[in-house]
Design a protein around this ligand. Structure first.
Ligand SMILES: [Zn+2]
Length: 179
């Protein structure tokens, strides 16, 4: 059996990752593909059984436990996973299983945490990728392409769920400067 292909979509907050995943999913559904859509259970910002972009798009999705992410390979042609950086190693194994079963996988996640360090799970998934798509937001200070998620609050917790009240996209220059 031919192995599935993995596409990883990375970018900072507000770079349009989820919008891209929703577009890919809608395209696959138009082609009558059997698509499974999954997101981590931690993301309770919006409707729980859906993935939602900051731009307001939404698509039905199944919530997966962060630590025991199991995705059935049977009957699937393509699997789409949002916010992949939140998961631990279980998602890496799940993705490997899907690829070995001939299922294509699209995984979207943050390129870096708010300290500009990569997420461990994303680092483990990237070597498996056939294709990497990098998305950029617009720097909130200068409008140039942004690849950093700047945290506006004082929390030092690595995983803080939030939107525009907690984060803004910034270019390298303005990520590193005080504003
Ligand atoms: Zn800037």
């Amino acid at each position: 059996m031919e192995k599935g292909k993995l596409t990883v979509i990375l970018g900072c907050m507000f770079s349009g990752k989820t919008t891209k995943l929703i577009e890919i999913t809608q395209d696959l559904l138009r082609q009558s593909k059997k698509v499974g859509i999954f997101h981590p259970i931690i993301d309770t910002r919006y409707k729980v059984n859906a993935i939602n972009s900051h731009a307001g798009n939404s698509i039905d999705s199944q919530a997966l436990d962060l630590n025991t992410a199991h995705i059935p390979t049977k009957g699937m042609e393509v699997v789409v996973i949002d916010e992949v950086h939140f998961f631990n190693d279980s998602i890496v194994h799940a993705i490997e299983e899907l690829l070995n079963a001939g299922v294509d996988v699209y995984a979207g996640g943050l390129n870096k945490n708010f300290l500009a360090q990569p997420f461990a799970t994303v680092e483990k998934i990237l070597p498996l990728a056939d294709k990497k798509i990098e998305l950029y937001a617009k720097c909130s200070v200068c409008d140039r392409p942004a690849e950093f998620s700047y945290r506006k609050t004082t929390s030092q917790d690595l995983f803080v769920i939030g939107g525009a009240e907690s984060y803004e996209p910034r270019c390298a220059e303005h990520y590193n400067s005080e504003f």
